[in-house]
Design a protein around this ligand. Structure first.
Ligand code: NAP
Length: 448
């Protein structure tokens, strides 16, 4: 049997774990092509993981090994819906795998959310990580207060980057434009707003711990906001990691205000209810105090109690979760923001499997879990692909996608070319004692 030809749309972590699982198995011979809209591979590892977390980024070394396998090709700068589509890929590939992640974010649905200075944390993250689409975001850092809504790890990332000194940031691979802007930042107070209590916070231990060791910022916690109700106490007693989160917060509460110039205020049991503005720009955030309410299924919900407070803030970063967008011609579950699927087999609107189409990662299960979570997730999908392989409609031999791309005028970036760009970024970093200095656009990458 000729090798099974597989196209993976997206080249982030879930795509690479799927490719790795496909080439690792020995039952079926495969050829795997990865396509990414951006010229650089690795998705959120390059454009999402915080620049001051280089260890997490080192997973790219594993992906690189996968990409170097002769059975795998990378095509950067190829956009699904523009250069490639469901229809034009089908004659070239036996199987398609969607690994497009969750490219948008959730809204707060409160008045004033669209004022200038209010944006999603994901945009801010993409800006400081040098994502080409966000280089011109120009967040206004000429403000004293910033409200970060949500207490997940993305909220921790953006709050920490805002809280760090130039000296702490200049040794990272943060985008040059962001480094320069943050150097002149006037931000003094960062309010991280959790709608529920500390026992329900989504951040993880290392992330909250880091706030105790920042050069120029203190973590500030109001003791009364981290008192535990009996239900939350049970959660804390039963779960070591939650307990540790609460212990870090207690330590910060005991330290008081501290004497560093910047403050990261961790607030709990508060929800933003309105963003207020002046001259079209955010000027403050009105928050309402909440109480926890236990639901019959054991979930701890929250509801407002009618007590309000105004926080002076010139910027609002909503960090309330990513959200997957629809891909042209691909089934989409709007409520969940995912490609509807059964353990990775794509499902049509009529509830039947769409033959030869699969999904992995956040596009499959929604925006949860750490990078490593995608390994098991991708392996589950690949196991189903191998089960299906004998029944799948095979394409004619002899066609190669490069002909189609060339005919479409798509000057894609190959993995070899990416490696040269990568080497040049690392070289640029050496002089400045940084892991790399990123190029932002394809033009810059190619001109370098
Ligand atoms: P997340 O972990 O789901 O956190 C979202 C936060 O937003 C929660 O605190 C949630 O509170 C809150 N929220 C949702 N709707 C809200 C609303 N309407 N008003 C106020 N608060 C609201 O999402 P994330 O931070 O975007 O992270 C996504 C995934 O990436 C997570 O699995 C995360 O661990 C991972 N990640 C990992 C790292 C790392 O390992 N260092 C870094 C970044 C991201 P409720 O709990 O009350 O819903």
């Amino acid at each position: 049997m000729p090798a099974v030809r597989i196209a993976i749309i997206g080249a982030g972590p879930s795509a690479f774990y799927a490719a790795a699982a496909l080439i690792k198995q020995e039952d079926v011979e495969v050829r795997v092509d990865l396509f990414d809209r951006l010229p650089a591979p690795y998705g959120l590892v390059r454009y999402g993981v915080a620049p001051d977390h280089p260890k997490i980024k080192s997973v790219a070394n594993l992906y690189e090994k996968t990409a170097q396998d002769p059975r795998v090709r990378f095509f950067g700068g190829v956009e699904f819906g523009k250069h490639i589509t469901m229809d034009n890929l089908r004659p070239h590939y036996d199987m398609l795998v969607f690994a497009t992640g969750a490219q948008s974010d959730r809204n707060l649905n409160i008045p004033g959310e669209d004022l200038k200075g209010s944006m999603s944390a994901t945009e801010f993250v993409a800006w400081y990580n040098g994502h080409p689409d966000y280089r011109d975001l120009n967040p206004n850092l000429d403000v004293e207060g910033v409200a970060v809504v949500g207490v997940g790890n993305v909220a921790m990332d953006v709050a920490r980057i805002l809280a760090k000194s130039y000296d702490e940031l200049k040794v990272t691979d943060i985008a040059d434009h962001a480094l320069e802007a943050l150097k002149h930042s006037k931000v003094r107070h960062i309010y991280v707003l959790g709608r529920r209590g500390p026992a329900q916070a989504k951040f993880t231990n290392p992330e909250i711990k880091e706030f105790g060791h920042l050069q120029v910022a203190d973590a500030v916690v109001k003791p009364e906001e981290i008192e535990l109700d009996p239900e939350s106490q049970k959660t804390v007693d039963a779960d070591r990691l939650t307990r540790q989160n609460v212990e870090f917060l207690r330590e910060y509460a005991a330290r008081g205000m501290g004497d560093k110039p910047r403050k990261v205020h961790f607030r709990f049991l508060v929800s933003p209810v309105e963003v207020t503005g002046k001259d079209g720009w955010v000027s403050s955030v009105k928050i309402e105090r909440n109480r926890l309410v236990s639901t019959p299924d054991g979930y701890m919900n929250c509801e407002g109690i009618g007590e309000f407070e105004e926080l002076a803030a010139g910027m609002v970063l909503r960090s309330v979760g990513y959200y997957g967008v629809a891909l042209p011609g691909v089934p989409y579950d709007k409520r969940k923001g995912i490609v509807p699927n059964d353990h990775g087999r794509v499902m049509n609107a009529d509830g039947n499997v769409l033959p030869g189409a699969y999904v992995v990662g956040w596009a499959k299960r929604g925006p949860t879990g750490v990078i490593g979570t995608n390994k098991k997730d991708a392996e589950e999908t690949v196991a189903l692909m191998l089960e299906d392989v004998k029944n799948v409609r095979r394409v004619e031999a002899g066609r190669d996608i490069t002909d189609l791309l060339k005919a479409a005028g798509c000057a894609y970036v190959s993995f070899d070319e990416w490696q040269q760009i990568n080497a040049r970024e690392i070289e640029r970093g050496k002089a400045a004692n940084r892991p790399r200095v990123k190029y932002i656009s394809l033009e810059e990458m190619r001109a370098s």
